[in-house]
Design a protein around this ligand. Structure first.
Ligand code: IPE
Ligand code: IPE
Ligand code: MG
Length: 239
């Protein structure tokens, strides 16, 4: 079998298992989220080190608003604190941060922090760290469909001209390449509304490790798994 030897250009991670990690350690769920921030630091460093150019982290789904209010508030507070705490180091590492998701339901403080982290890291050119925050892939596709329909109604696009590229260009990820590798920690094997369109030819990897235990070594393991895969895109590969 021919081996995929290259480093993935874009790794997307569904950071799952914070609650179970907290329970295992006799802690509250929010403490699992706090512990997960260290894993984010680790994977950002590792991605920079390995030359991965795009790293997308699923941080909060639109469905996650339905969790107990105290947990939601703790996650929002943690986001604000992390923006303040991590910004200098991200800048130093050449990391540009982008947030995808709907800018709805957030407090003014969170909105301010989103703008702040995007603007202070805008010059980063080693790695783009994309945080999916209040993100839902189905809503993203629905919003893109609406935007395209409006353009057709306004005569800006002809319906016959709608292509796959038209759809990609109207998604929140329009400026990004599709993910090459999607990782979900904690042993769950589902996408939970993450990058449904974009991951159509991604490789998938579902390690058992809970997110707060995911570190540089685990990231390197994920890259090894990716390198062992053969991507065929529906074609026949010559032996
Ligand atoms: C992932 O960990 C973090 C978010 C969804 C915000 P979970 O909080 O889902 O952890 P588990 O799945 O309950 O263990
Ligand atoms: C997906 O995890 C969302 C994030 C990791 C941010 P969930 O824990 O919310 O997903 P389900 O409920 O297990 O599908
Ligand atoms: Mg979960």
């Amino acid at each position: 079998m021919s081996k995929q030897s290259t480093i993935p250009q874009h790794v997307a991670i569904i950071m799952d298992g914070n609650g179970r990690w907290a329970k295992q350690h006799g802690k509250e769920r929010y403490e699992g989220h706090i512990a997960g921030v260290e894993s984010v630091r680790c994977v950002v460093r590792a991605a920079v080190m390995h030359g991965v150019k795009w790293l997308t982290l699923y941080a909060f789904s639109t469905e996650n608003w339905g969790r107990p209010i105290a947990e939601v508030n703790a996650i929002m507070e943690l986001f604000c604190k992390s923006v303040v705490g991590e910004a200098p180091d991200l800048k130093k590492q050449g990391v540009r941060v982008m947030i995808i998701g709907e800018r709805t339901h957030f407090s003014d403080k969170v909105l301010e922090m989103i703008d702040q982290i995007e603007s202070v890291t805008a010059e980063g050119n080693r790695l783009t760290l994309v945080l999916a925050f209040n993100y839902s892939s189905r809503r993203e596709i629905m919003l893109a469909t609406k935007a395209i329909a409006h353009k057709v109604a306004a005569g800006e696009i002809c319906s016959e001209e709608i292509s796959e590229q038209t759809i990609s260009q109207h998604l929140m990820t329009h400026a990004m390449p599709d993910p090459d590798l999607v990782v979900r920690t904690s042993g769950e094997c589902r996408l939970s509304n993450f990058l449904l369109w974009q991951a159509s030819y991604a490789e998938f990897y579902f390690p058992e490790v809970l997110w707060p235990d995911f570190d540089e070594k685990e990231f390197a393991k994920a890259l090894e798994v990716y390198a062992s895969r053969e991507r065929r895109y529906g074609l026949v590969i010559e032996e």
